[in-house]
Design a protein around this ligand. Sequence first.
Ligand code: MUC
Ligand code: MG
Length: 367
Amino acid sequence: MKITRVDSIPFSIPYRKPLKFASGEVHAAEHVLVRVHTDSGLVGTAEAPPRPFTYGETQQSIIAVIEKIFTPQILGLSPLERELIHEQLDRTVGNPAAKSAMDMALWDIIGQAAGIPVTELLGGYTDRMRVSHMVGFAPADQMVAEAEHIRSTYGVTTFKVKVGRKPFTDDVAACRALRTALGSDVELYIDGNRGWTASESARALRAMEDLDLTFAEELCPADDVLSRRWLVARTRIPFIADESATRPAEVTRELLSGSATAISIKTARTGFTASQRVLHQCEGFGVEVVLGNQIDGQIGTLCSAAFGAAHRLTAQRAGELSNFLDMSDDLLAEPLEIENGTLRIREGAGLGIEIAPEKLARYRQDL
Ligand code: MUC
Ligand code: MG
């Protein structure tokens, strides 16, 4: 089986409600649908979400790197030759979302060819993931109303609260309002997207000491090397590296330097192949992982859930799998559903992604 063509199709689907956080905001899912074709007729599918504020990629840069660099490098190779393919793709630095979509599409082909769900190929640990919901910036009462709605509608009881505003007292008040309204049964953790300084982070954490937060994620810039290490050494809850640990070498650096004590794994930036490497590194180091969300649509969420459910470490806690709920529509023929706080993995060979042609025709931007 040989790779014959790669499509990279830009599409845009508006958000019903934008997601706002310290490093940016997202109003529309302006993603790239990646389809890898083979001479056997099998086609692998995945999506790449550009996040310029985190990786520098844009929708146009993802399409350009796939069309001009990646596709010519892998035409004629077999989807099974993944090490060779990654050797080629890694000749280009960066471009994590573009590389990851290619990687996941290749796994989709392999699963289809074998007649096995990708989640089983990866590890087959369970068939479902508990869901954690991300609450973006808004006045505290709106953040509480959103969390209450998500809990009563979808049964979700784990929430990641976006912080990193200035003054940080707005965030502290929002976290306190969430804990008061939701009670002690829900799990809360915070993500600063590098918005605070180390000293602001330390003060904010002190002010929230009684809120029983599970984790703190990327509160201040990782480039503030010594201040961040100072902060992490004094933080009493695990400190998750997200933007600062986007590939295995960065994971090693962050953990060994004492700048993080837990890792966010996002298939949108490490695909399945490198996400497994990161996961195994974390197992080796003995640190916790959280299955993160790159503000994925339903295709990306399905990929992420397939990876999360495949492995014991990612499945043991709620994964961030609900951002697609904020979108006005999506491309999947059969929409994902969260029930009782849980997302079940799609059955069927490969990733089980079926695109609705009329939706793709409506949202694609290249015709
Ligand atoms: C997250 O966990 O930070 C927002 C910015 C980004 O890079 O990812 C999202 C979610
Ligand atoms: Mg984060």
